[in-house]
Design a protein around this ligand. Structure first.
Ligand code: EPU
Length: 334
């Protein structure tokens, strides 16, 4: 256990907050051992790619380094893969496509760990983690007991799960088991530019590896690399409004992009709302709204978490004023 440790290398916003105590663990036994000495409150950290520190952490930060990827069951056209919570998510995607497995190729290049993926039910280009999720194993921080959560028990929603709601902060996710296809893959190229990029690549019948490559190209062209420019991907969720709110909005702004959802709600791209308020590409001191994707807030270097949070609030205020829509952070603000 180290004391007064800078978290700057451990969060992709690159915020120089400090943890009073800090340790890493690579196994359940190590986790149990560090928990015995840990001063509360305890925070489990993966790669810190969806977290904004607005203050120092007064207790103990524990970084999950549990690794390993293994095939645990085989079926005719699918198999179950279990990955350690500390594995990099993208490394798991690369492992899958290199083995010819399908199901998570649309989730290529998402920063973060495997253990963090279920917490916000990561999603991109028409696929969410829940679509391939079988179960996870988690350790209860208070008692040290390990239990399994299946898909229903995780209460997955849009960028949401039980681990962001009533079970928030209570569990460390040790491993995640996914079901991947070995054959007859369900290739999904319906979202945005995926089909166009595949056509540009000259691929007519894409394999999972081709879709992965197309998604990597799209993400590289739109989203900043956290190693070069601090960020946490989308800062806000895309808001969902009722049909009557939508009717009212379209009367004033008929060109608003929108997607009618199966639950009767209408999803509006937050990036569009933010761009209409004039924020896209705008810099305020050390922080800014990314020039190529308005939903991404960036740290140009040396920003505090408070500065980023103040920018987020200013953006949310102007969207509320102009459109009457409240933006909710997707990133965990601590
Ligand atoms: N748009 C703008 N201005 C912009 C960017 C986008 O007006 O600067 C509008 C366009 O109408 C565009 C629409 O927003 O068609 C959607 O944009 P995009 O495809 O880039 O996706 P997004 O809704 O902004 C979501 C996820 C991303 C994910 C992409 C692709 C959320 C909060 N974000 O972004 O996830 O990669 O779709 O599936 O749902 C993340 O969660 O950190 C993340 C990056």
């Amino acid at each position: 256990m180290r004391q007064n440790v800078s978290l700057k290398p451990y969060n992709t916003f690159g915020i120089d907050a400090h943890a009073a105590y800090f340790a890493e663990f690579s196994s359940v036994a190590e986790l149990r051992a560090v928990l015995e000495q840990a001063i509360p409150p305890v925070l489990i950290l993966g790669e810190g790619s969806n977290i904004l520190f607005t203050r120092d952490w007064p207790g103990t930060v524990l970084r999950n380094r549990i690794s390993g990827i293994e095939i645990v069951r085989r079926f005719t056209r699918r198999l179950w893969v279990r990955a350690g919570g500390g594995e990099q998510w993208h490394a798991l995607v690369m492992w899958a496509v290199q083995h010819g497995l399908g199901g998570i190729e649309n989730l290529s290049l998402i920063p973060g760990t495997v253990g963090a993926a279920p917490v916000q039910n990561i999603g991109a280009y028409g696929i969410e983690l829940k679509d391939v999720f079988i179960s996870l194993e988690a350790l209860e921080l208070e008692t040290g007991r390990v239990r399994r959560f299946d898909r229903q028990e995780c209460h997955f929603g849009y960028r949401d799960s039980i681990f962001k709601q009533q079970e928030r902060g209570r569990w460390c996710i040790l491993s995640v088991t996914l079901s991947l296809s070995t054959d007859k893959h369900r290739i999904n190229t319906a979202y945005g530019d995926v089909a166009r990029i595949l056509a540009e690549m000259g691929v007519a019948r894409p394999a999972p590896a081709d879709v992965s490559e197309a998604v990597v190209r799209i993400r590289r062209s739109k989203l900043p690399d956290p190693l070069l420019l601090g960020n946490c991907g989308s800062f806000f969720k895309n808001p969902q409004i009722s049909l009557s709110e939508w009717e009212n909005l379209r009367r004033h702004y008929p060109d608003t992009p929108h997607y009618v959802l199966s639950n009767g709600l209408v999803k509006i791209p937050a990036a569009w709302l933010i761009e209409q308020c004039g924020w896209k590409g705008r810099r305020v001191g050390n922080v800014g709204c990314y020039e190529k994707q308005a939903l991404v807030l960036v740290n140009y270097g040396g920003a505090t978490g408070q500065e980023i949070y103040a920018l987020a609030q200013a953006i949310a205020d102007s969207v509320r004023k102009k459109f009457g829509i409240s933006l909710e952070p997707e990133v965990n603000v601590l």
